[in-house]
Design a protein around this ligand. Structure first.
Ligand code: 5GP
Ligand code: ZN
Length: 114
């Protein structure tokens, strides 16, 4: 995707603070953190949103949770806990149209909706 900001981050055309990377998943710090720890975990494949994921994407999307688990272990937030958020579409407040999981931690998070 030519004008996708996250695809540019994947291609290292835009700098980011990468905290994890393998052949299909990358995680980097959010530029505008909503918590002391705010990491975005994304597939390298451009999938616009959860609505657009295909059967063939199931393994990658599922593995994102394992990577979140690994990152949580590596940065020492497992004990205190964390929150994972995926925004989808207009009502969900999704701004960047490349599927991304927000990993938030480092303080007691407020504004629980559910
Ligand atoms: P959304 O609202 O789409 O769920 O979340 C998009 C997130 O991407 C926001 O938290 C925003 O701060 C982050 N973001 C947008 N542009 C950039 C960027 O260029 N670099 C990084 N690291 N994060 C970005
Ligand atoms: Zn993209």
């Amino acid at each position: 995707m030519e004008d996708c900001i996250f695809c540019k981050i994947i291609k290292k055309e835009i700098p980011s603070e990468i905290v994890y990377e393998d052949e299909e998943i990358i995680a980097f710090k959010d530029i505008n953190p909503a918590a002391p720890i705010h990491i975005l975990v994304i597939p390298k494949k451009h999938i616009s949103s959860i609505i657009d994921m295909k059967k063939e994407d199931e393994a990658t999307i599922g593995r994102i949770y394992s990577i979140i688990n690994k990152i949580a272990e590596d940065i020492g937030i497992k004990e205190k806990g964390f929150r994972v958020i995926l925004n989808c579409g207009e009502d969900g407040g999704q701004e960047v149209k490349h599927i991304h999981f927000h990993l938030l931690a480092g303080k007691k998070l407020g504004q629980k909706i559910v």
